[in-house]
Design a protein around this ligand. Structure first.
Ligand code: GDP
Ligand code: MN
Length: 349
């Protein structure tokens, strides 16, 4: 799950890393202290280039920019909020991130002396990469200060890296990216933007996480508005085959839905909610192949999600693959039979 910038900042603010002050604003809220930076909150990067970041100096300019930003579409995303932030007097823009190196099974610090909106233009070898462990923190902090060409900030940076590493581990993050890490004209290091991606598999131990709104990798297409049968499948091919099979059995499919790589409670709940709100739905066929995802985890997600949705229609579930037997047991405890094949499931409609 990718947090919106302002959600990520709330988490960082608890760490004493210097994060500019900011508030979520709309037409109703008070005008923030000006000048400020207005930033659209969308679950994708590249807002600066797409016109989603605006520095405003006075009230008229603020109101106009607020209206324009609300209308903006960034790579297919309408802003979920507009965030107003204290203007940072940026002298230099640096790049700093903490990532998981999946090949080495390590946590790494990545740094580049020229951060900002053109970061993709740099060559891979220009980035410093170093493994972060509690023991390596100090040495890596020192080395990063040199790499970023701020040797005079070595202590401050080391302290920051230590705190960010702590947040990364504690939050079960998969990515924490600060771009830009601003060096102000006064010589202070400030987190001028941050991106925090959390590991969905760890959601069960983080009650504090915000609900996921529309999971990014759910691909939903409404079909016939007279359709009575909703469909949920994993993978575009299986989702299309499911729609076809429903029609071949003499029913009208109401939608196409590919739930993406991981069928989590959030993505299943969001999908059920969406389909349940269609006018003529009588049942939903869930057709999931457990290759990488485990059927028992999917079954658990289906059970949880159906509790979260008001009056869900009848669910007809076909799961096959890894841990299908465990899934069968779980579902049968909730009066949902597990069907081994799609044909069998459709017979049960
Ligand atoms: P992104 O494009 O989605 O990564 O959004 P950012 O929050 O990183 O902002 C993009 C760019 O806007 C930054 O690289 C800065 O150049 C500029 N910017 C953002 N906030 C400030 C600020 O407080 N002061 C100044 N001077 N520039 C800012
Ligand atoms: Mn940025």
């Amino acid at each position: 799950m990718l947090l919106l910038e302002h959600q990520a900042r709330t988490i960082l603010r608890d760490t004493d890393v210097v994060v500019p002050f900011g508030v979520v604003v709309d037409e109703q809220t008070d005008v923030p202290v000006l000048p400020c930076v207005l930033k659209v909150q969308v679950p994708v990067g590249g807002r600066g280039k797409a016109g989603g970041i605006r520095v405003v100096n006075e009230e008229k300019e603020y109101r106009d920019a607020l209206e324009e930003l609300t209308e903006l579409d960034i790579k297919g995303h309408k802003p979920s909020a507009i965030y107003a932030e204290e203007l940072v007097d940026i002298g230099r823009e640096l790049y700093l991130s903490i990532v998981i190196n999946r090949e080495e099974s390590t946590i790494e610090l990545v740094a580049h002396p020229e951060g900002g909106v053109e970061i993709e233009a740099h060559k891979p070898e220009e980035f410093m990469r170093a493994e972060l462990t509690p023991k390596s923190l100090e040495a890596v902090g020192q080395a990063a200060a040199d790499w970023l060409e701020i040797p005079e900030q070595a202590f401050v940076l080391t302290d920051m890296v230590e705190r960010l590493y702590g947040v990364f581990v504690k939050s079960d993050a998969t990515l924490l990216e600060i771009n830009p890490l601003a060096l102000t004209r006064e010589g202070k290091l400030v987190v001028a933007d941050c991106k925090l991606e959390l590991d969905d598999m760890a959601r069960y131990r983080h009650e504090e996480w915000p609900d996921e709104q529309t999971p990014a990798d759910v691909n939903y297409v409404p079909l016939d508005s007279d359709g009575t049968i909703g469909t949920i499948a994993n993978g575009a091919g299986l989702a299309m085959a499911t729609v076809d099979a429903v029609r071949a059995h003499g029913y009208t499919p109401a939608n196409f839905l590919d739930i993406g790589g991981a069928a989590t409670t959030e993505s299943v709940a969001a999908s059920l909610q969406k389909i349940s709100s269609l006018p003529n739905i009588e049942a939903i066929v869930i057709n999931i192949f457990g290759g990488i995802v485990r059927c028992d985890i999917v079954a658990q997600a289906i059970i949880e999600a159906s509790r979260q949705v008001d009056n869900p229609p009848r669910l007809v579930v076909r799961l096959s693959g890894t841990n299908a037997e465990e899934a069968r047991k779980l579902l049968s405890e909730h009066d949902m039979p597990l069907h081994d094949s799609l044909a069998e499931a459709l017979e049960a409609l």
